[in-house]
Design a protein around this ligand. Structure first.
Ligand code: PMV
Length: 315
């Protein structure tokens, strides 16, 4: 059964701690960012027209029947249709997103999630989050090559997660809410490139990189405890420590370091790059009464945009 118009959405995300090390089997923590969202709206099209996907924000519009195999939105649609054992419907899918692309906010996973949810709903289905998570992870492999799976997990479940490859998903207990500022360098940074570079560096010097991954894993585990007991100051210090380890790993950039320094100078409890690095976004942990000042300091230090988001308590 089909219906005339169906709309579904998915949030963005930031990685709080553990990026890159998570690709190599260590833990990471990520939280949803609900201020930015991807949406997909499905509308019935004339009989015989098949499925068209119009994604103007991403400069991508095509018919499913002619899209290439490595077009991620087409792959998302094909995977969803195969899972539902459904033929291609006559419909237009309009995909919109307020997430900056290639900037560490999970744009790819968010648009895939919104499209798969909307397409399934249009066809009268509501797959479980676990099923959507598996499908979006398959699409992520087209974007990223060897993704850890953290982006799709936090975006599909829309909850703070403690994530380790191959382990069951653990929802994080957040006992005290906290505020994050997300500062955009404006420099696009494809995740695949940074992840590949780290892999090469690890292959050249496994002892050094394994030690870095282990230290990041330890910092992430300590941060988990800090979040669980509501020790936000400790969380801030651990974030800054994580940034230093990412710098040593070679995935920061002068712009990211400038924004991290500016946030700390303005009174942030901690700051670090978030996501693949090299460009994209950084995050700063802010006490509420200083958040606006820190946001202003980030803009003055060159941030192209600053998003303020609150990680809600789970208790
Ligand atoms: O998609 P981004 O830029 O948030 O980066 C994902 C984080 C990495 O750990 C670098 C890669 C991964 O798959 O976990």
């Amino acid at each position: 059964m089909t219906s005339a118009q169906i709309r579904r959405s998915a949030p963005g995300k930031v990685i709080l701690l553990g990026e890159h090390a998570v690709v190599h089997g260590r833990p990471a923590i990520a939280v949803p960012v609900t201020q930015v969202r991807a949406t997909a709206a499905l509308e019935t099209a004339p009989p015989g027209s098949g499925l068209s996907i119009v994604a103007s924000d991403l400069n991508r519009s095509f018919s499913l029947s002619t899209a290439s195999r490595d077009e991620p939105l087409a792959a998302a649609a094909r995977l969803a249709l195969a899972h539902l054992a459904s033929p291609e419907p006559d419909a237009t899918a309009t995909v919109r997103s307020t997430l900056p692309i290639a900037s560490g906010l999970g744009s790819g996973a968010a648009v895939s999630t919104a499209l798969i949810r909307a397409l399934a709903a249009f066809l009268g289905h509501a797959p479980e989050p676990a099923t959507i998570n598996v499908l979006v992870f398959e699409v992520e492999k087209i974007h990223h090559g060897t993704p850890s799976g953290i982006d799709n997990t936090v975006i599909v479940y829309e909850q703070a997660v403690y994530f380790m490859r191959g382990r069951p998903i653990e929802r994080l207990t957040v006992s005290t809410p906290f505020t994050l500022l997300v500062g955009d360098t404006g420099v696009p940074s494809p995740t695949k490139r940074a992840v590949t570079d780290v892999r090469w560096a690890w292959e050249r010097d496994p002892a050094h990189y394994d030690a870095l991954f282990d230290q990041i894993g330890d910092v992430t585990d300590e941060a988990r405890r800090a979040i669980e007991i509501g020790d936000i100051e400790e969380l801030g210090m651990l974030m800054t420590e994580n940034h230093a380890l990412l710098m040593e790993m070679g995935v920061s950039s002068p712009q990211l370091d400038d924004l991290v320094d500016a946030a700390q100078f303005a009174g942030a409890l901690g700051a670090k790059l978030s996501g693949a690095g090299r460009g994209g976004n950084m995050i700063a942990l802010a006490e509420d009464d200083l958040a606006e000042e820190i946001a202003q300091a980030l803009r003055e230090a060159g941030a192209q945009g600053v998003i303020r988001t609150r990680v809600a308590s789970t208790g």
